[in-house]
Write a protein that binds this ligand. Sequence first.
Ligand code: PEP
Ligand code: MG
Length: 341
Amino acid sequence: MLTGANLDINQINSNVPVILDCIKGDLIIEPDKETETYYDKIISDYKERKFYESDLLQEPAISEDGIQVKVQINVDNLFDKPDLPSENCDGVGLTRTEYLFTRGYLPDEDEQYEFYSNLIIWAKGKPVTFRTIDAGGDKPIPQLTPENEMNPYLGLRGIRLSLSEIRVFRTQLRALLRASCLGKVKLIIPMVTENSEILSVRKLVKQEISDLRNKGVMAEMPELGMMVEVPVAALQIEDFDVDFYTIGSNDLIQYLASVSRNNPSVSGLYHADYPALWKLIASVTAHGKAKRREVSICGNIAGDSKYTQKLLAAGIRSFSVSTSSVYAVKAEIRSTSLNLK
Ligand code: PEP
Ligand code: MG
């Protein structure tokens, strides 16, 4: 996918050949013969590499000195199975459930249950982490997110919105709790700012479990984790009573640097090279280690192999990445020595 291009797509005539190079960030309209040949070669090399990678993909990510690191996948699309067998990863570290709500209506409990169940069945006993609806900000949802907010990224989004639209939230929790009997399900709460939000979610989850059980429906208490993406939450991580943490570096960078994650005019400031970001990641992983609670990372830097070594050095031992990044991240982990006693 190429975003932020300064181009009116309607100006391209239909039936005109184009080459979309999302690695370089180029859209080439009406390429000449030489360019076409160049890209044909790139495509055939890519296919060959994929074929060779498919063997190595099945192997676990074990560092040079024998430490196993988790490589899980991010799932945005619940409508199809992930394009990777579950044997090739350590489960799902992030499911962006909000995309189920973008089809013009809010799906009911049974429809949601179907989608969640399909993913759990695909995982064959490996953990599946569902993030509760993270609507708002860059993910507006008709009938759910408020319109005309002054500053939607700082407004009613993530768990703030779910706790104010309690009926929609309870419906989602019931579907997830029912599905949690089918495998190892974990729940993750987006945009957590205060521990009071975690307490509210825990209370709701317990109520829904007991209501379901009273009706004779099986429901399990899943592990409850938080997205670490709001700077105050990262800075005072010891305040939160959760079972695990997932660093959302996409939003964490946005809020730390006060730079929108999707505004091309300031995109030069939106990057992962702020030392403050790395100090914060290291302090969250140190806290997780002291408390024996898993800290994983699921923002885009988790899947960018140029940051793998730096993340390992910051104490990350669990990654959640898009399926297309699994191979590169595993390969990078395998070539790194963690030097642990
Ligand atoms: C993040 O913020 O890093 C993240 C993984 O969540 P999203 O990109 O969906 O906001
Ligand atoms: Mg986020």
